[in-house]
Design a protein around this ligand. Sequence first.
Ligand code: NAD
Length: 295
Amino acid sequence: MKVGFIGLGNMGGPMAANLVKAGYVVTGFDPVDAARALAAEAGVVVAASAVEAVVGAEVVITMLPSGRHVLDVYQGADGLLAAAPAGAYFVDCSTIAVSDAREAGALVVKAGHRALDAPVSGGVVGATAGTLTLMVGALAEDLEAVREVLDPMAGRVVHCGEPGAGQAAKICNNLILGISMIGVSEAFVLGEKLGLSHQALFDVTSTASGQCWALTTNCPVPGPVPTSPANRSYQPGFAAPLMAKDLGLALQAAESTGTSASLGALAAALYREFADGNGSGLDFSAIINEIRDAS
Ligand code: NAD
């Protein structure tokens, strides 16, 4: 299958590179010179525009910053929907609002193509290693038709339901993650105040009912989990601004569905403030320092 890849940034660049390694002809576009140069080095055929990248493509993958970017690049006389061959599979891997994903999916189908949303988790490390988890919202037959193209980018592909369901799963997961990281951080700061060592608290909670990914994989204090970002001055990892973005999307979905999400709202506000201030270049687990400073 011929692949058009739009958005060759931190995630899209290595994802496209893994498709090239697997033997696909990938034609890509990004407006940023450096992104285009890196992609070309990895064997991506760099096109002069997004439209040129999808001419003749059976699969069109987008990896863009926001829902606005996806909707804009899809639509209009010079949009991707008009430029791709009839019946192309449009796979959007960006993290966007569920409502934007549904709107994009409807536009894709109306234009005579096939719609899949496939947001990812695993970060730049997973994108580079080809071990991302892809959460797919699509008709089952559409997922089966493109599964072999998704595989070189993925460690795991989960079919979550119809178009939009992938984005829904992604923001629900990150709602849990954002809230649990704040909970773990508050517990460690409280433990410090009570004279507990980080290791003692970790040894108990990691095997007791407080156990969670924020604690055992991305532990916000240095020491107990040597590979966590806390041990390298909180270099991401999963950057705080991305967590703020995802919690904002979760909150938007909660509001539009009338879901009571008090902790989600609080976590979203705390991460927005952190991302706009001290946390702009840091892993999301560095929020523990704000909690300590406020204590
Ligand atoms: P990024 O900013 O590095 O890459 C996005 C790229 O899109 C940029 O290079 C930008 O120039 C390009 N772009 C913008 N408009 C374009 C257009 N019209 N045509 C072609 N290219 C265009 O961001 P990223 O970290 O690669 O993230 C991409 C998406 O993946 C986001 O939705 C993000 O939330 C999601 N995501 C990121 C991570 C992560 O750890 N970075 C993890 C999971 C999900």
